[in-house]
Design a protein. Structure first.
Length: 135
């Protein structure tokens, strides 16, 4: 699974997600892409599940680019723990995604197969997405 080698802070605040994606909103590498329509948090497990779904569908042909990286740690308190006593321990990493952000790009396979692969990947993700192409 994806995670940063090291982080400046072990625990960070959640913050707010508002507005549209400023960076990463255009296709730079592939021919077809999966674009986010709403904001949300995508965990490293979900990114990996989507990557596996794409690679299985295209039978390891073509080239795939993952345009998001889970660099934000999220914490969780143990089960059956009373309230208070500080913040929980880091459990994993998530990527904050805003509307308009490109998540995956693919090239080197025929158009219909790539669309099917990206549709399979979108089923693994917690945000609504749409498939866009270079015109």
């Amino acid at each position: 699974m994806l995670m940063p080698k090291r982080t400046k802070y072990r625990k960070i605040q959640r913050g707010r997600m508002k507005g549209k994606a400023l960076k990463g909103s255009t296709i730079n590498f592939g021919e077809l892409a999966l674009k986010s329509v709403e904001c949300g948090k995508i965990s490293s497990r979900q990114i990996e599940a989507a990557r596996i779904a794409i690679s299985r569908k295209v039978k390891r042909g073509g080239k795939l680019w993952i345009r998001i990286f889970p660099d934000k740690p999220f914490t969780k308190k143990p089960a059956e723990t009373r309230m208070g006593k500080g913040k929980g321990n880091p459990e994993g990493f998530v990527a904050d995604v805003k509307p308009g952000r490109i998540l995956f790009e693919i090239s080197g396979v025929d158009d219909q197969l790539a669309r099917d692969a990206l549709k399979n990947a979108s089923n693994k993700l917690p945000v609504k997405t749409k498939i866009i192409s270079i015109k």
